[in-house]
Ligand binder design. Structure first.
Ligand SMILES: N[C@@H](CCC(=O)N[C@@H](CS)C(=O)NCC(=O)O)C(=O)O
Length: 202
């Protein structure tokens, strides 16, 4: 039995989206990032005190996109989880890229526009992050002008992982209208029934 720890308002939503896409049965333990992930019981699951974490049988995993790559490899159908090492290399590439090149900029924007009290916000920090975001957005725009999805014509684990990182952008109402292919692709990823299931997730 698989158990996912975390809430929909956290990076655990990435893993819930993957589980729903794969159609794998799982138990959801809605562990909050406001304290619950720092209890001794939870630290025994993830010593970082972060959500998400996932238990599959006797194994425990943490790091949202590592969890997703594990799940996709173990439970994904060919295509969604590519059959060749060459194509899987692209899944790793896009996943690590999203978490290193995109996520920190979105977290900076989220912190500056939502989390910090107004008197501690610095508009220059937010503007700088927004400007820097142009580079990864242009990279996606150019890639997605060549095919419907990141690896070609089919939705794959690469799309789910990158789109799941961009979910942070909807919290801050990130304007992506300058990138029509990226916007089209994000809308298609988010229109999947598996993504719709996240609405009901606590
Ligand atoms: N790189 C980790 C980051 C995990 C993380 O920072 N999660 C946040 C919630 S989205 C958290 O648990 N924060 C609570 C805390 O740090 O106390 C991942 O992608 O899983």
């Amino acid at each position: 039995m698989i158990t996912l720890y975390g809430t929909a308002q956290s990076r655990a939503a990435r893993c819930a989206w993957m589980l729903e896409e794969l159609g794998v049965a799982y138990r959801h333990v809605p562990t909050s990032f406001k304290g619950e992930c720092r209890t001794p019981e939870f630290l025994a699951i993830n010593p970082n005190g972060h959500i998400p974490a996932l238990r599959d049988g006797d194994e425990i995993y943490w790091e949202s996109l590592a969890i997703n790559l594990y799940l996709a490899e173990k439970y994904g159908k060919p295509g969604f989880w590519p059959a060749t090492a060459e194509a899987r290399g692209h899944v790793y590439q896009w996943s690590f890229w999203a978490i290193t090149e995109v996520e920190p900029l979105l977290i900076t924007l989220l912190t500056q526009l939502v989390f910090l009290p107004e008197d501690r916000r610095d508009p220059k920090v937010a503007e700088n992050a927004r400007n820097k975001l142009d580079t990864p957005c242009r990279i996606l725009e150019e890639r997605l002008a060549k095919s419907a999805y990141l690896l070609g014509d089919a939705f794959s684990a690469a799309d789910l992982n990158v789109a799941s990182v961009f979910r942070l952008g909807s919290v801050i109402k990130l304007d992506l209208s300058a990138y029509p292919q990226l916007s089209r692709w994000l809308a298609e990823c988010r229109a999947r029934p598996s993504h719709g299931k996240l609405k009901a997730m606590p």
